[in-house]
Design a protein around this ligand. Sequence first.
Ligand code: FMN
Length: 181
Amino acid sequence: MDIKDIEKLYLHRQSCRSFDCEKPVSDELLKEVCRLALLAPSACNSQPWKLLAVTGERAKELAAGVQDLGMNKFASDAPAFIVVLEGAGNLSATVGSRFKNTDFLHNDIGIMTAHLVLAADAAGLSTCILGWRNEDKLRKILHLPEKTRIPHIIAIGYASEGYEIHDKKRKPMEETFALIK
Ligand SMILES: Cc1cc2nc3c(=O)[nH]c(=O)nc-3n(C[C@H](O)[C@H](O)[C@H](O)COP(=O)(O)O)c2cc1C
């Protein structure tokens, strides 16, 4: 694989806010995208996560869990969601987090999610990570225990016809990168 292929993938992946609600995603493809995401690295290989792929009627219900205050209206058209559940870190990652004053667990979850959305894009799917969520509503819809944390969920499906990929808006690299020798 060439770095130009990676660049193409990174530029092509964008947060999709217009899904084709008539086009479902197969269970096999959802599972495959999750399988690839779960290859992500994590502190002490702790893998502090679980993924739930939600489709069909339950996905329609789930949209309400990300739409408080009129946000994320487009989620009603998403044919599926991947719900990211926070798991327990293993002992070394938990102790390491304490000693190093670093939240390894949420870093790990973010890294895994990045793998997921890129894998989805490579599979011809579009995604939007949704941090604006109502965990209580989501837990109720999914019948999850009260203490289950849901750091974010990901809307996933096929983009509507005519959906365009825009140029990335990013801070100038002089602000976000330095080369030090
Ligand atoms: C942790 C996280 C939470 C996000 N939550 C939302 C959300 O609730 N609704 C939404 O439309 N976009 C959400 N986004 C998408 C960002 O707005 C988007 O990634 C950013 O504007 C860059 O655009 P791009 O993903 O198209 O490159 C979220 C992204 C991340 C990483």
